[in-house]
Structures are given as structure tokens and as C-alpha cells.
Design a protein around this ligand. Sequence first.
Ligand SMILES: Nc1nc2c(ncn2[C@@H]2O[C@H](COP(=O)(O)OP(=O)(O)OP(=O)(O)O)[C@@H](O)[C@H]2O)c(=O)[nH]1
Ligand SMILES: [Mg+2]
Length: 216
Amino acid sequence: MHFVQVGMEFDVLKENSKLAHKNYRLLKEHNIKSVDFMGSIGAGKTSLIIKLAEKLRDKGVRVLAIAGDVIGDDDFARMKASGMDVINCNTGSECHLDSNLITKALEKADLENYDVLFIENVGNLVCPADFPLGTDYRVAVISTTEGDDMVRKHHSIFLHSDFAVLNKMDIADAVGVNPEIIAEDYKKLMGGLKEIYKCSVRTGQGVDEILAALNM
Ligand SMILES: Nc1nc2c(ncn2[C@@H]2O[C@H](COP(=O)(O)OP(=O)(O)OP(=O)(O)O)[C@@H](O)[C@H]2O)c(=O)[nH]1
Ligand SMILES: [Mg+2]
């Protein structure tokens, strides 16, 4: 029984990987740079995407977003209200987006009209890690309000992303969290090879550095 389950899991991951390559090729054919924003519930993924999209719009860069959530259209509505082009993508009951959902979402867009695709994954520090979507970058977003132990507790999401964002620096003191502990844990886990960007979407701290890390 155990082997059957392992085999099934392997097939699912293999299929996801095949479709991720297909998504990647499609996006490259249209010269679109793409980012998968993973991270904890409420860390500020939607807020960060909206802020980055505003800055890109000012530079004349055309952004499309896919708002991933289990149910509902709250994030979709917020992005839309900010003036973004956005596609809602519900997983139904799954705790992560997968490549097939992204393939279907992309079929709804005229990709000729965009330079950048931002995908907001489902808020979760575990499941999204195993399901690459075919993006150029994967970013893990956490915030000070989750405590100082997120990196120690969730290695996989950080190992599977290109860099991390520590958001809500503006309230780190108020919630009694020392950001240096998180930064030090991250440095240890990554052997100093990847960066964690301290940021506050609210005050704007660190947002330009994130854009630069994405080569945008
Ligand atoms: N103080 C402070 N609050 C922030 C910051 N960024 C986001 N928030 C707030 O945090 C809450 C959650 O932000 P969202 O952007 O919805 O977080 P999310 O990661 O998209 O959440 P889910 O999609 O539900 O997982 C909102 O009330 C935001 O206004 C920040 O830098 N500082
Ligand atoms: Mg969100």
C-alpha cells in the first residue's frame, strides 16, 4: 500500500513538471517574465503584488496576475480594484496551485498584451513548494507577524524558492519579533547563497530591492 501511494505521488509530480515546462515555453514564446509568489497566509502576497505592479505600470511594463485561492475572489477583486489585469483561479480544496490550473488560466488571456505575469499561490508554507508552475522565479513571502521561527520550521518552501521576502517590517517591534533572527536562520539554511529581503509593503521599505532581484 505504501508503495502504491508513493507511486501515485510520483506520477502527480511528474505530470505537474511536464505541464510546468509547457507553461514555461508558452510564456517564453510571448517574452513574458513570470513569478510565483508563495508564502504564509496573510504575509502580504496580494499587497506586494499590487505594489510591484503599480511600480511596473509607472515604467510602462504590462502586468497580468493570476490570483490563486482555495475559494472566493477576494484577492482577485483587490487586484482588479487596483487597476490590474487579473484572472481568478480557485483550487477547490487543494492547498496549492498546480501547473494544470495555470495552463487553463493562461488560456483565458491574450498573452501578446503582457510583459510580466505575477501568480499568487495559495497561502501555505508547505504544499506549493512541490508544485513548480513554470515561472522564471519562485519567491517565498513571510512576515514578522508569524513569529521568528518560520524559516526553522519550513525548510522546503525556502529551498524551493529563488529568494525570500520578510514583510511587515513596520510592525516587527510591535509584535515582539527580531527580524535579525529570521535573517540569520535563512542565511544558515541557504549557506549565504540566497537573499531574504526585509520589506514593508505599507511603508515601501525594500520594495525596489525586490523588483531589482526580479530583474524588473
Ligand atoms: N503593517 C503591515 N500590514 C501589512 C503589510 N503588508 C500587508 N499588510 C496587511 O496584512 C494583511 C494581509 O495582507 P495580504 O496582502 O492580504 O496577505 P496575503 O499573503 O495575500 O494573504 P492570503 O492571500 O490570505 O494568504 C492585510 O490587512 C494587509 O493590509 C505591511 O507591510 N505592513
Ligand atoms: Mg492574498
